[in-house]
Ligand binder design. Sequence first.
Ligand SMILES: *Cc1c(COP(=O)(O)O)cnc(C)c1O
Length: 413
Amino acid sequence: MNLALFGGEKTKTTPFGTGKRFDGNELKYLQEALEQNTLFYWNGTKVKELIQKYTAFCGVKYGVATSSGTAAIHAALGAVGVTAGDEVITSPITDMGSVIGILYQNAIPVFADLDPFTYNMDPVDIERKITPKTKAIVVVHLAGNAADMDAIMEIARRHHLKVVEDCAQSYMCYYKGKMAGTIGDIGCFSLNDFKHISAGDGGICLTNDEELAHRCLSFTDKGYDRTAATTAGMRAVQYLCPNYRMTELQGAVALAQLEKLEWICNQRNAFGEALTEGIKDLPGIHPPKVIEGGKSSYWFYMFRIDEKTAKVSRDEFSRALAAEGIPNQAGYIPSCIYEYDIFVNRNAFPGSTLPFTINHDENEITYHKGLCPVAEEILETAIRLNISEFYTPQDLEDIIAAIRKVSHYYLNR
Ligand SMILES: *Cc1c(COP(=O)(O)O)cnc(C)c1O
């Protein structure tokens, strides 16, 4: 069959399924929020109810609402005591939100390489990157898929490190029956507009530790302790904390979105699993790997091309697939994040090399291509497909048919 790229017939001839994201109780809860005559989380009920519902859903004791996922991760780092000059190990394939909080604490991101097929941090490389200055690990569960938490928690406990889980892309992501975000010291979620559920912006921290929950809450609220008996007690600020509070408006929308979370994640899980089933036999195509006992909620679907075996370059495969009517992206982020200017030029705070030289010799910490070779190879050989909970069985069939058509064409050319 001739490829659409070369003038053949296109595989996908019908539009992809779409739907309305905010057609549940959003408006009702927003109106209730406004009628409270306050939009402040401490005085209203929406943020409280969101936290109560989400902690119950995840089976954890405490939760703290924040203004974004980035804020949730920063608050978690602040709560576990990450401070100036500490090293924090994290993933090189992620959103800036994973490292912004590290840098604002004047701590130093150190990048561990990844498993080639789960795209999550490799525990062996995490251990290799630990130094006496390491304080914490920010584990990123990429694209809805769980990292190897048993191994990571074992290493963390042995080295007395704190574990913050970045679950911004990973609602209802399971690891051996446990939900991601409930395994480490604090789990962090995002409610930005591109995630499984959206409040425009927003975030949530989860923890089972009462003391950590208390510090997390205070960290999102200027260091204030609103549980204190007196105003002076409330304002007895101990250290620097930002204002990362969630408003009642965000809380209202998030609460309504939460009612759809299970459906959204189940749709995406089924879609991703079926897609893998449909393409896993193709030579030179590596579907994303879900580890034994894991369950992914597929925030996106990223597979890899082994160019030798598949007899086609990643870029050409990507173009051929697009021509078949399947939008896709060659790779994900443009490079590993340590190759971004901010790191290569050590320019977090312009005109200064801080935090990279706090507690560290002038050239002890540098960032450059080659730091995490597996991660770099992933970005050079991956193809990423958007997934939507509104995609239809027809969409699934067409995506599989298009990938199979392109693959067969190059294999048999
Ligand atoms: C989206 C995202 C964040 C940041 O969340 P925001 O709500 O946009 O601040 C952090 N980490 C990862 C992996 C993300 O995908």
